[in-house]
Ligand binder design. Structure first.
Ligand code: ZN
Ligand code: FE
Ligand code: FE
Length: 277
């Protein structure tokens, strides 16, 4: 294919402890899959914990943030002219801890920042080792609380993209009724001009579908919310994984364009014809 194709805006690095493979291998796979652009999104250091408790579990330790930026920049230089490489962060948003987060937001001129909610009052609800906790919970309430935290994160104005919007479904837990906060969160996403990430990691998890679901993508389209693609790769072979399923869902929802970021500003680009055979 010639011309601009697709961006994968969500991938991890060995620095997070939960991912494997070298930076250049992620870039290699991106080229192999015919992408035009990628963005590395290592987890922001654990600003929400007291310094002595920051163990770097699933996140970059503060002292290595400079290395992270250096490594990504190196790949960007090496791939100049063939693959655009963005430097970004996935931020685990924890309400009330914003003061500790601000220095990291200003640490570097990030191309974009992903808003992620992985914790509900300290419970890492998407961690397979903590899935049992769901048994003690009212699933509807889990969703309600989750979306409330997500909305708090959106309102900070720190972020560009809302990652894996309906993450609590990861292990197959579904709300039993319509959760009003889900609707509210979509409206807030629109009002704040935030981009919704279509994250294909869900296809590799028990729920076996993209985040957000097709039902939500249809609502998002009707609200005029813009979208971007992310594989949430934790190994090089996962770059662009499931993108054709995501594009199929997007098409069904009505989308014809995706967005990318240039110097902190978003731009639309058309979904390429013929990327998926
Ligand atoms: Zn991760
Ligand atoms: Fe995440
Ligand atoms: Fe991630």
């Amino acid at each position: 294919m010639t011309g601009f194709t697709l961006c994968d805006y969500h991938m991890h690095t060995p620095l997070c402890g939960d991912a494997e493979g070298e930076y250049h291998e992620y870039a290699q796979y991106a080229e192999k899959r015919g992408l035009s652009e990628i963005g590395f999104t290592g987890h922001c250091p654990q600003y929400y914990l007291p310094p002595a408790e920051r163990d770097g579990h699933c996140s970059i330790v503060q002292e290595e943030l400079g290395t992270y930026i250096e490594e990504v920049s190196k790949v960007a230089r090496n791939k100049q002219g063939t693959l655009e490489v963005r430097t970004a962060l996935e931020v685990d948003y924890v309400p009330g801890k914003e003061k500790g987060l601000v220095p990291f937001l200003h640490y570097y001129d990030w191309d974009y920042l992903l808003l992620s909610v992985h914790f509900i009052n300290g419970w890492a609800f998407d961690d397979p080792r903590q899935v049992k906790v769901f048994d003690e919970k009212d699933v509807d309430k889990v969703y309600t609380e989750y979306y409330r935290i997500l909305m708090q994160g959106m309102r900070t104005g720190y972020f560009h993209v809302v990652a894996h919007f309906d993450l609590p479904k990861k292990f197959g837990h579904r709300p039993g009724r319509n959760v009003r906060e889900e609707e509210d969160a979509l409206h807030l996403c629109r009002d704040m001009g935030l981009v919704l990430e279509v994250n294909t990691a869900g296809l590799r998890k028990p729920v076996k579908e993209v985040y957000p679901s097709l039902r939500l993508l249809k609502k998002a389209f009707n609200l005029g919310i813009e979208v971007c693609l992310g594989s949430d790769a934790h190994r090089p072979e996962e770059v662009a994984a499931g993108f054709c399923s995501a594009l199929k869902a997007l098409k069904e929802a009505g989308y014809t364009h995706l967005v990318c970021f240039r110097n902190g500003e978003k731009h639309q680009y058309p979904i390429p014809e013929g990327y998926c055979k």
